[in-house]
Design a protein around this ligand. Structure first.
Ligand SMILES: Nc1ncnc2c1ncn2[C@@H]1O[C@H](COP(=O)(O)OP(=O)(O)OP(=O)(O)O)[C@@H](O)[C@H]1O
Length: 749
């Protein structure tokens, strides 16, 4: 939609004149009217048409579970007859939490007492583990539509792979309802795309045993048929035979054995036996038989333990669970013999869940983490001790020496970020060094996940990882990212004035588009906060830091609730919910929206309890009527003070004489919906994108009209932040991560 500056953004014209912290805009000739629209057009092209709607029905844990039940009733029913009862006997309904028709604002209190809550909660009757849903929660047409996980999409590709081993690899063409993920454009030289990255359709996966084992394979359930992911993990993706969703796993395995499988080794992280193609891509097709004969490199296959595999969730088949350490670090194999030896072990099922990892039950490892993994410790390992795979993995990677480090930007939990210059091209980039605190323990799972996701994802609102480069030792790994001048947290601290509503709209729209892309691709970010939102001087916002991101899927598994930095953490997480979904990211977006408007964090608790208290003081203490299921959450045993009123509007009034940030009714409605207690009723990303607030005046500012700011590149952002406003979250987060690693459930464990 075209709009003139004077018409659409009068408030900014005024404000920008006053602002000392803002610099000149780009020349208006350069400005395209409707830039945002065209940008959105790009985004839309990346999306799958149905995925947004589909997401609506699966955004909650209950819904996911439902879908799991619907699609895999027989398998799941074995493990949970109670759930089966719900779905087999009563048809698919929301399990656990029901969407109530009670229309209340978040935090709005009813007059009901605590005992009323208990009465309310009787709609969910738990009886010997059998959950019976009393309410009528018939599925909407949209819900009925969702039968697949979009993660598992390219059965056509699989079919193609059956046709001919010599067929030229084709790019993945996602099938409905898959997300538009992973088609890295040719701009990314190390990203190859294999048309036969075999993910089974969700339907068929539903019938698979979560973890399948065969010898000599490494399973890396990936978030997509991305070449990057598979190659990064140095594994081979296997085909999946499931087309109609009714084949049994045995058949699946059998078919896999006989099927030529494309071996995608497109990146420099890939194992050997590859043949180069254009732009450094290396794509190889390897038949299963051929594959078996090769003692090395390790053969891998991708297996979906559920229909939507977990990012970074690795299944090392044939390896003992003791192969991994307790902190999610993965050590690389010492030698070929290691592989041979380990590959000979059959039958052990290996499955990694983040939490399992942290508890020390993690089962993934590419080798034992015993005292002999010398190569991982040496700065310059002896060639003889470096496994071939590692050599292969690194052989294509450029050296970090090809970059000139300019300055440290920040140091986070998982890595140090530098500003650097590519000596060859002169491009300024951000180098994120993977932190290997315990180098002997191998490659951190969090980093592996982050690299996997970022290499796979390509979206204007997601920070672009261009390549991975290596330092002088094998454990010195850097992600080369596009450089962004600011992060929103540091930027807001340096700004004298708040963002205007139209600027917030511009930022929120970009943020929502990025989150939509993630959710459409079954990824939860789990750490959305202003310091993880980057902004460049072209007005582009990009989400970074995928260290806590993970794929979610069906059937829903319990995840750790120790995710999301405290201030942005959803109440269900604070109250110990282990089954959660996209709604946790939406809560964070509510906190971010409020922060963008007011230039201050909305709920800045120091501890989990304090955080809850701060939320309840503003939104009112929840109860069973506004949040069905609330009273059953593990953390609710704590006696909370009952705050009666929702004071959010006072913080964001429609008109203000006190300097409080002004927010229109529509804007407040969106904020309210993002900060809805009940995750079932919290607004989804698709709904948020369609919200009226973005369509009323002042309209969202075009990116090209966004103010520019002095680059923060010459400074260590965090160092500066610490001086200005010590961030209690850092310590908190470190503590929590340590707790998680040690297997503590934290407050509500
Ligand atoms: N591509 C980039 N360009 C410029 N700055 C960046 C880039 N990526 C990250 N940063 C800066 O580095 C900071 C830390 O990055 P990131 O969040 O990825 O690391 P982390 O170790 O996961 O941090 P945290 O402990 O906050 O989770 C960001 O807040 C941002 O200021």
């Amino acid at each position: 939609m075209a709009a003139g500056r004077s018409v659409r953004y009068p408030d900014h014209e005024l404000r920008d004149q006053d602002s000392n912290s803002r610099f000149s805009r780009r020349d208006s000739d350069h400005v395209r009217n409707g830039a945002l629209d065209s940008e959105k057009g790009r985004v839309i092209n990346l999306r799958h048409g149905d995925s947004g709607k589909d997401r609506d029905m699966i955004r909650s844990g209950a819904r996911q579970q439902e879908r799991g039940m619907v699609n895999s009733g027989s398998r799941l029913s074995k493990s949970n007859p109670g759930i089966r009862e719900v779905f087999m006997d009563r048809g698919p309904k929301r399990c656990g939490f029901s969407a109530r028709s009670v229309d209340r604002e978040p935090g709005e209190l009813s007059s009901e007492s605590g005992s009323d809550d208990l009465i309310e909660s009787e709609s969910l009757v738990k009886n010997n583990g059998v959950v019976k849903q009393v309410e009528n929660t018939a599925r909407s047409p949209v819900e009925k539509k969702r039968k697949f996980s979009p993660i598992i999409w390219d059965r056509d590709d699989h079919e193609r792979s059956n046709l001919s081993r010599n067929e030229k690899p084709v790019e993945v063409t996602p099938l409905p309802p898959p997300p538009p993920l992973i088609k890295r454009s040719s701009q990314s030289p190390r990203v190859g795309c294999d048309g036969n990255s075999h993910f089974s359709p969700a339907k068929s996966n539903m019938h698979q045993d979560p973890v399948q084992v065969s010898d000599s394979t490494v399973s890396v359930p990936a978030l997509s048929p991305s070449v990057e992911m598979s190659s990064l993990c140095m594994v081979e993706q296997s085909s999946n035979p499931g087309q109609d969703g009714k084949q049994e796993e045995a058949a699946h395995l059998e078919e896999e054995e006989n099927m030529p499988t494309r071996h995608i080794s497109s990146s420099r992280w890939a194992a050997g036996n590859s043949s180069p193609t254009d732009e450094g891509e290396v794509v190889e097709e390897v038949g299963a038989n051929k594959r078996r004969k090769k003692p090395f490199p390790v053969q891998g296959r991708l297996r979906n333990k559920s229909q939507t595999p977990e990012v970074g969730e690795l299944v090392r088949e044939g390896y003992r669970s003791s192969d991994s350490d307790e902190r999610g670090h993965h050590s690389l194999p010492r030698s070929r013999d290691d592989f041979k030896e380990k590959d000979a072990v059959k039958g052990d099922k290996m499955d990694i869940d983040e939490e399992e990892h942290r508890r020390g039950n993690s089962s993934y490892s590419l080798s034992e983490t015993d005292s002999d993994d010398e190569y991982a410790r040496h700065e310059t390992p002896e060639p003889a001790s470096i496994p071939l795979r590692s050599i292969n993995m690194l052989q294509g990677c450029r050296s970090v020496d090809e970059f000139e480090r300019l300055n440290k930007i920040d140091e986070g939990t998982y890595g140090v970020v530098y500003r650097a210059k590519d000596k060859k091209t002169g491009d300024i980039v951000a180098l994120k060094k993977v932190k290997m605190e315990k180098e002997r323990e191998g490659f951190p799972l969090t980093s592996l996940r982050e690299i996997n996701i970022l290499l796979s994802f390509h979206h204007p609102s997601i920070v672009d990882v261009k390549e991975v480069v290596v330092g002088s030792s094998l454990d010195s790994i850097f992600m080369v990212m596009e450089y962004m001048e600011h992060d929103l947290k540091a930027l807001m601290e340096s700004m004298k004035q708040r963002f205007s509503q139209s600027e917030v709209k511009c930022l929120m729209l970009q943020l929502l588009e990025g989150v939509k892309y993630l959710h459409d691709n079954w990824v939860l970010h789990r750490d959305l906060k202003t310091s993880n939102l980057l902004l460049n001087n072209r007005g582009e916002l990009k989400i970074c830091d995928f260290g806590l991101a993970r794929q979610y899927g069906s059937p829903l598994k319990p995840y750790t609730h120790l995710v999301v930095t405290l201030w942005y953490r959803a109440p269900e997480l604070l109250l110990g919910a282990k089954q959660y979904s996209t709604a946790i990211d939406m809560w964070s977006l509510g906190c971010i929206m409020a922060e963008l408007l007011s230039k201050a964090p909305l709920f800045n608790g120091k501890t989990e309890f304090d955080q809850l208290d701060k939320i309840f003081r503003i939104l009112g203490t929840p109860n069973e009527s506004i949040w069905p299921g609330f009273s059953k959450l593990p953390g609710v045993k704590v006696n909370f003070v009952k705050h009666q009123y929702n004071l959010l509007r006072k913080k964001f009034p429609a008109t203000s004489f006190t300097g409080a940030p002004v927010l229109s009714d529509a804007g407040f409605d969106l904020l309210n919906k993002l900060l809805t207690y009940d995750p079932e009723r919290r607004i989804t990303v698709d709904e948020a994108l369609k919200h009226d607030w973005f369509r009323e005046v002042p309209l969202p500012k075009s990116k090209d009209f966004m103010p520019t700011f002095p680059a923060q590149h010459a400074q260590d952002r965090r160092g500066r932040r610490m001086v200005k406003s010590p961030d209690p979250l850092e310590e908190q987060r470190r503590k929590e991560l340590t707790q998680a690693e040690l297997g503590s459930g934290g407050l509500f464990g």
